[in-house]
Design a protein around this ligand. Structure first.
Ligand SMILES: *[C@@H]1O[C@H](CO)[C@@H](O)[C@H](O)[C@H]1NC(C)=O
Ligand SMILES: *[C@@H]1O[C@H](CO)[C@@H](O)[C@H](O)[C@H]1NC(C)=O
Length: 457
């Protein structure tokens, strides 16, 4: 009798939707010395709550973006008509004075004026006052140019009249009804044309080949992927992780009820299963979820590495309210220390560790591919998806920029008498933390979906 119960239980476990989504999402991750369970505990209990608080602060909730750039690759059929796609930009008086007025580069003249007198003296002393204005400007220019060469993303011109502040808390990422051919087109062009993949190798589950797949395509695809160097494999997995994360948000904030008197967003389990159940995705779903964890680790690593930059006394989360700014800087540093304390990071010493010339070429390939992906975001028809797409690619691009600038960042505290060798703009900082906030939320949401699926049995 007992045996039967146990067997029944076993059957139930192995056959449930819960296990079909999560069976492979456990234990060690490939290319990485860490396991899923440790990440879950660390994120859900420690990091996620702190990060949520930080992202509600004024410094992080206002993001400036240009949502009106034309798509450089094809003519898009804009979805401005969809109600839930509309992004409500902020009116100027909603954005704190400090954010609007500073040009966010703390080495710029305006920023210097905002420092108090004491700091100003220190700062100018550090910058070397013997420089003529002309030389200093030239240095700034050079710095800008230099920076351009290190960029992984197109940064929207903050001065452009088309750029507007958006309050991220009032424009949450959620299901908008934007899907179908255009959505496919965006992701297809990213995977097909920007992930180093030759056309001859077909991605599993390409639209149109859904049910025809005999498993041959998958085998070809994964053996191609295995044959790639670790960096290009990593690149593909980051993009796949980002895609998974976005789909988790859309399933977790699905428009469940839409009537004239109320709108209700919430978890849609069947939407989640459609994306991640191994049976419904020919085995792809769990792999996507593993890539999400991989993305999480890469961004976590970048945060840990960026600590010395944010620790600089001259760095501020400037909004014009000194007490709050100081409090939020402390919270940010706590979060970064926490990221640093996580022991089982992806080992990126194996990245770009090969022949120096080859490594430089590879880094550049990856940078250019990523730059192109950020341009594709201007082709996303739905404005709300475009906003969050831009923010998340920019955040990931900033993370990559940090990871590839490790030496410059480590040198920062001692390099005060030279021009700073590493710099992040406010836009990069806001996107870095918000993008990571999205991934962190996704990991947290997986816990919800796990229990919802377990309830369904
Ligand atoms: C950039 O992306 C577009 C659209 O997917 C593609 O047609 C083009 O080949 C890509 N360019 C580079 C340099 O990767
Ligand atoms: C959940 O999503 C599916 C599509 O995956 C849709 O058909 C269904 O209506 C949604 N459920 C609710 C309650 O909105």
């Amino acid at each position: 009798m007992k045996l039967v119960v146990v067997l029944l239980l076993l059957l139930q476990v192995s056959g449930s939707a819960d296990s079909r989504c999560f069976c492979e999402v456990t234990g060690d991750l490939d290319d990485c010395a860490c396991d899923v369970e440790t990440i879950d505990g660390f994120n859900n209990e420690q990091l996620f709550p702190k990060l949520q608080t930080l992202l509600e602060s004024d410094y992080f909730r206002f993001y400036k973006a240009n949502l009106n750039k034309p798509c450089p690759f094809w003519t898009d059929s804009s979805h401005c008509g969809l109600r839930d796609c509309v992004v409500q930009p902020c009116s100027p008086n909603e954005v704190p004075e400090g954010i609007r007025s500073s040009s966010h580069n703390k080495y710029s003249a305006e920023a210097n004026e905002q420092l108090n007198e004491c700091e100003k003296t220190q700062h100018l002393g550090a910058v070397d006052v013997s420089l003529s204005d002309e030389t200093r400007e030239a240095l700034l220019e050079w710095n800008k140019h230099d920076d351009e060469a290190e960029r992984f993303c197109v940064v929207d011109d903050e001065e452009s009249p088309d750029s507007q502040y958006v309050d991220l808390l009032l424009n949450p990422e959620r299901f908008t009804g934007y899907r179908g051919p255009e959505d496919w087109r965006i992701w297809t062009s990213i995977y097909e044309e920007n992930c180093f993949k030759p056309y001859t190798v077909k991605r599993p589950l390409m639209p149109g080949s859904f049910h025809s797949s005999s498993g041959g395509e998958e085998r070809t695809f994964y053996s191609w992927l295995e044959g790639q160097c670790v960096e290009k494999r990593a690149f593909y997995r980051l993009i796949s992780g980002l895609h998974a994360s976005i789909n988790i948000h859309l399933s977790a904030r699905y428009l469940l009820e839409d009537s004239w008197f109320q709108k209700k967003w919430g978890h849609n389990v069947s939407e989640f299963r459609k994306r991640f159940d191994s049976e419904l995705t020919a085995g792809e779903g769990p792999k996507r979820l593993r890539n999400l964890y991989f993305l999480y680790l890469i961004e976590l690593r970048a945060l840990a590495k960026a600590l010395p930059f944010f620790q600089q006394p001259s760095f501020r989360l400037y909004t014009g309210r000194p007490e709050e700014d100081q409090k939020h800087k402390e919270l940010l540093l706590q979060i970064l220390q926490l990221a640093r304390s996580f022991p089982l990071h992806f080992d990126e010493t194996s990245l770009f560790a090969g022949d120096e010339k080859e490594a430089a070429k590879l880094k550049d390939d990856i940078r250019l591919a990523f730059l192109n992906i950020s341009r594709i975001m201007d082709c996303v028809g739905c404005f709300k998806c475009r906003l969050w797409g831009k923010l998340q690619t920019q955040g990931l691009g900033t993370a990559l920029k940090i990871l590839f600038s490790e030496r410059q960042i480590e040198a920062l505290p001692t390099s005060s008498n030279r021009r700073p060798s590493f710099q992040l703009s406010r836009q990069e900082i806001v996107s870095l933390l918000n993008a990571f906030g999205r991934i962190s939320t996704s990991i947290r949401e997986l816990k919800n979906f796990r229990s919802l699926l377990a309830e369904e049995g």
